[in-house]
Design a protein around this ligand. Structure first.
Ligand code: GLN
Length: 480
């Protein structure tokens, strides 16, 4: 049996029916995972022993009549979330050898729901990038569009699920890092509302932008995972006490013929301008037509400050990453270049442990926060961030959610643009607004280009608008 091709729903069905055991599923997965490491390289570490042990325990529990939402379902975890006892490096050499001393809240929640932790997926170093090429442990290849980037920074998670090397995965999204790789690998990826999911135990990238979310093969699987990982957490003061609905109910009451009747979907004119690849444009157009056939009304809206999205994001995010990475000082975590002089030790450890992109962002971040430039850059960016949020709030007065491409172009070949940071940064143009404003967003597959590269479509919703997004996403998925 090809266990690796299964969804969460199929895995749970088979486990409940006794068609196979969790140990069978994990063994099947481990075989394909290990075989693909030399080519796809989706994982930075595989915990075969730990996963098999957990699987045996889940099988024992099931035999005793225990039922949990994800009992016996294996999941791949991005290398920036602490799973007790497993390495946690955020794909950085500076954290090589570091083992997680505790579970992140999302992991504790998954564990309590019965999930099994297969291994750690590759990522851009500290989640800085859009290609997974900034990983300190080598790049990941797109398993669908071979020879191309899988996207990033959650490229390992996307390659694992998209390449049938995992049933589902978690990623994190600071400026698009769940949605963009999901789009490049033909998956569903959710960037939850800021405060929906706890960040406790997740290696901080830019704290005011980061959210953890599901990366799955289907909309229903994403809803199942979000049900488990959402909710208030006393360990994260930014995690909000808002009731968690059952996201799988989002489409339960929908009219079968016209599930989107009465809904208005906004099309931000600024997101349909120049620079969108013609094939991407055509696939987005197809999704729009499907939405209309399903009963939705389309309406053009404007997000007038969109042009400022990328500069604002790269000022806010570099400021926060420069502060967050200050803790990697050779004393508290990970690697150390031993020197007699402590200042020299800091310098040499950081010089050797961090990659080029990390250094670039730390330099930029310390610059925008420096006393002479704080008002000109950081303070101004915070003000523009408010304007960007207000644009979205105004749009959501006119429509239920927005629809656009996820990225302007499909996955590009590995190595291309590698030395062109600006080119990489520009690929986030359609995703950063959701992070800057905190609102909810989802990427779902829209189809493939003539060359067979997956392309996604993005839905952006208001704060805590996940139910609306799931409803629209499910309808579009069925109609594809
Ligand atoms: N590509 C964006 C960046 O490089 C997004 C990163 C992310 O979401 N973690 O900052």
């Amino acid at each position: 049996m090809n266990f690796e091709k299964m969804t969460i729903v199929e895995t749970l069905q088979g486990l409940k029916a006794g068609t196979f055991t969790s140990v069978d599923v994990v063994k099947g997965l481990l075989a394909v995972m290990e075989a693909s490491q030399a080519t796809i390289h989706a994982y930075v570490t595989i915990d075969a022993e730990g996963a098999l042990k957990q699987a045996a325990e889940c099988d024992r529990m099931r035999a005793e009549g225990v039922d949990l939402p994800l009992l016996g379902v294996p999941i791949a975890i991005k290398d920036n979330m602490n799973v007790i006892g497993q390495p946690c490096t955020a794909s950085s050499r500076i954290l090589e050898g570091y083992k997680a001393p505790y579970d992140a809240t999302v992991i504790a929640k998954l564990r309590a729901a019965g999930a099994i932790f297969l291994g750690r997926t590759n990522m851009d170093e500290f989640a800085l990038g859009s290609t997974t090429q900034t990983s300190g442990f080598g790049p990941t290849e797109n398993p669908v569009a071979r020879g191309c980037i899988p996207g990033g920074s959650s490229g390992g998670s996307a390659a694992a699920v998209g390449g049938d090397l995992a049933i589902c995965a978690l990623g994190s999204d600071t400026g698009g890092s769940i949605r963009q790789p999901a789009s490049h690998c033909g998956l569903v990826g959710v960037k939850p509302t800021y405060g929906r999911v706890s960040r406790y135990g997740v290696v901080a990238c830019a704290s005011s932008l980061d959210q953890v979310g599901p990366m799955t093969k289907t909309v229903e699987d994403a809803a199942l995972l979000l049900n488990v990982i959402s909710g208030v957490d006393p360990m994260d003061a930014t995690c909000l006490d808002v009731p968690v609905p059952d996201y799988t109910q989002a489409w339960a009451k929908a009219d079968v013929e016209k599930p989107l009747a009465g809904m208005t979907i906004g099309l931000p004119v600024e997101y349909y301008g120049e620079g969108i690849d013609p094939e991407v444009r055509a696939l987005v157009e197809d999704a729009k037509q499907r939405a209309v056939a399903l009963g939705a009304t389309l309406k053009e809206v404007s997000l007038p400050h969109s042009d400022y999205g990328i500069p604002t994001y790269y000022i806010c995010m570099t400021a926060e990453i420069s502060a967050n990475l200050a803790r990697f000082d050779s004393v508290r975590y990970g690697m150390r270049v031993q020197c007699d002089d402590v200042i020299e030790q800091y310098k040499r450890t950081r010089a050797e442990g961090f990659g080029a992109e990390v250094k670039r962002r730390v330099l930029l971040g310390t610059f925008v926060l420096s006393s002479g430039y704080y008002d000109a850059y950081y303070n101004r960016a915070q003000k523009v961030r408010t304007l960007i949020r207000q644009d979205l709030e105004a749009a959501f007065k006119e429509c239920d959610c927005l629809l656009s491409a996820v990225t302007p172009e499909p996955a590009w070949p590995l190595g291309v643009y590698q030395n062109d940071p600006i080119r990489n940064y520009l690929s986030d143009v359609l995703t950063v607004a959701a992070n800057l404003s905190g609102c909810s967003a989802i990427a779902i597959p829209a189809g493939k280009t003539k060359e067979g590269k997956p392309v996604g479509v993005q839905l952006i919703g208001p704060n805590f608008g996940e139910m609306t997004l799931f409803k629209v996403a499910k309808a579009l998925e069925i109609a594809r």
